[in-house]
Write a protein of this length. Sequence first.
Length: 586
Amino acid sequence: MATLYRKYRSRTFDEVIGQDPIVKTLTNQIKLGRVGHAYLFTGSRGVGKTSCARIFARAVNCLQPVDGNPCGKCVACKKLAADNVDIIEMDAASNNGVDDARDIREKVKYLPVSCRYKVYIIDEVHMLTGGAFNALLKTIEEPPDHVIFILATTEPQKLPQTILSRCIRFDFKLVPTDKLAAHIASIYDAEGIKYTKDAVEEIARLGEGSVRDALSVADTLASAAEEITAQVVLDLTGAGDSSAVAQLFERTAECDLGGVLDAVNVFAENGKSMSAVIRQLIDYTRNVLVAKSVGKQAAMSGSLINADRDTVRRILVSAEKYSMQQIAYILESLGNAESGLKYSVNPRVFLETSLVKTVCGRQREDDILRRLSALENNSAGTLAEQKKNKVIYTPPMERTVEKNMSAEEKVGFVSEPNGAIGEPEYDVTYTDLEPPPDISDGSSYEIKSREVSKRTVRNAAHVKAESADEGEFRHLSASSGKGLELFGSVVRALRKSGTPGETRVFKLLARGATAKERDDCIAFVAPDDVFLQIGGRDVLDVLDAVLDRLGIKKRAKAERTDDDLLQSDIERAKELFGKDGVFCLL
């Protein structure tokens, strides 16, 4: 007795399921007499490529076609019902050499024996060698009027462009699950086999869009029980039920190692195939990813998710519970595991190891992300806390103010003139600092100072060193006092604005950045740990806006430092503020 997929192979275009656009085009070509000389049928396995090629070969030779289908009654149809020399089928996987191609080229010139056309159906044509393709090029491009080529392949990307450009191409799609289920049900009805609706739906899902694969599973189950149920399908095919697969996904996403191993153990005790389990787990994870991407309504209304209603509900719950990053990570890990499982001598151990790696890798990735987030959020925050709760004390200055003090020496003591920038005169006040009290308990205190001298200075630098923090202080390694002035102006502008975007940029600059004026830009030089962030377009846009407010036409640019600037900053500070100590930052 023939297997179901052979017994119920489509014999007319009306019996082909899931390929309506292609069927309509082919039948119209036959009815209108617009038959081409070379066709390329592409698509996954078992979707009807070879069946359509055979139907088309008989239809073009039929003397009285019915709506583009072979009538099955005329002399030509009767002759083509059995093997016929005018329809030549060849498997390119085993006839892929240059000699085979040359043999075709030599025989095409002979007229058909009993039909109108001689049709060559070359299956798995991508298996032909380069020499064989070259030998067929001219023949496929300009065959005799009585010859039609139909090339079929599952991998069209392997065909040379010279072949693709000479063919009329049809891409066969995977058959929807509902159509597959209806097809299986009609065959079971014809065979007198009892079944449940859930059973044929499960068989259709196992077919994964392939009619031949689905009918092979249906054939396997045909004698399994008096009535084929969903449980019979699961037991005989070695697949896990959807609830168990959903539970395994939950355990993996929750990083529950014990739960993961227990779930795999249940599958193994029930004799489930580890390959089938991981395929189902991949399908479930993919469905969760789709539901997370498109939303609940789109997932339930469309055909994006191939699952029953109960499974869809579980999928939607999982999609709400876990992040896109978690789901994508699990799916990627499972995909790698599936490829390795094919070559494993112990599938259960391999699957358990892969899932453990997935869980541990996810835990490690989460830990790294938490640490990075903590570093990014706390690096500037730590400095702010130090600034708030701790005061760096340096010995009081004992030098006197000289009239001929250079501009660079005056920079650290210039006070901000009523918040304005660029005014010509500034009040400069030099102060002595009293030693701080004991603040070991983390409390803050007010610094008391006394005025030493006061006078007006013109054209001094605009930065207010008294309000700078440690990160801002590092810019003192700039090549001149102008860099200090520029950086201080930018920092003040960011601090005053207080918007979330500018506050973030302020914190980034406080983590070791410097400012230098170039001929064509304003360079914000940053160490490696913040260079990429400062170089981001959103940060540079904020800096450009600040430069615009300051009346500076040059644009901001990020540059990388080669080493830590801390020591050079200290030396620069000594040059600017005197060698008797680093000025106290508040």
